[in-house]
Design a protein around this ligand. Structure first.
Ligand SMILES: Cc1cc2nc3c(=O)[nH]c(=O)nc-3n(C[C@H](O)[C@H](O)[C@H](O)COP(=O)(O)O)c2cc1C
Length: 184
């Protein structure tokens, strides 16, 4: 992706002025049991100007309004819950700074160990940042089907969540914003 961020312009009555805006951040997430939402909220605490949406509530046509797109989902049966969203918007995401994070069990010993990441097509993978963050399994909250699936994979309970794990995402966004402010 280009290292030059788009500039935004605004017509006033007399002049065309350059708005020195910070790159706009979108945080969009998909969650079943809340852990991905928790990480999204922790990221949002560092960038309170970011827009935070649950994927189902997000007006996908507005994705072009953002410069930095953070996409959070969980790993389920070797797939990212955001996989189809990423594939659907692959073209537009090429022109954005994109950080995908996936919650899950680390290390996942099940059959589909690296599949979730590898299912993102190579041309997309190579131009985005990606991280897997340790999530949470609360047996009291799981649906019966999910519980059985996890038990089958030897997982009964898991919680390794920590706010510090969002640091690489925070550092990345700061570096993009710093780069942008130096250019203006
Ligand atoms: C049905 C099911 C399948 C899962 N499959 C995987 C998997 O393939 N790999 C993995 O690392 N974690 C897997 N997990 C663990 C979840 O990714 C983890 O619990 C995550 O924190 C859930 O996110 P959420 O709370 O936002 O829904 C699975 C969990 C469930 C319930």
């Amino acid at each position: 992706m280009s290292s030059v961020l788009p500039q935004r312009f605004e017509e006033t009555n007399k002049n065309l002025v350059t708005l020195i805006n910070l790159p706009k951040i979108l945080i969009v997430y998909q969650t079943s049991y809340g852990s991905t939402f928790q990480y999204a909220k922790w990221i949002n605490e560092f960038f309170t100007d970011a827009d935070l949406f649950q994927l189902n509530d997000f007006d996908q046509s507005s994705i072009c309004n953002y410069d930095i797109v953070i996409i959070g989902g969980s790993t389920k049966r070797g797939r990212l819950t955001t996989e189809s969203f990423i594939k659907k918007h692959a073209k537009i995401l090429e022109s954005k700074y994109v950080f995908v994070f996936a919650t899950g069990i680390i290390p996942w010993k099940g059959k589909y160990r690296k599949d979730a990441y590898l299912r993102i097509p190579l041309h997309i993978r190579s131009s985005i940042q990606y991280i897997k963050l340790p999530g949470r399994v609360d047996p009291d909250k799981l649906t019966l089907l999910d519980k059985v699936y996890l038990m089958f994979n030897g997982i009964y309970e898991y919680d390794q969540m920590d706010k510090q794990f969002v640091k690489p995402i925070i550092n990345y966004v700061h570096s993009i914003r710093d780069q942008h402010s130096k250019k203006d």
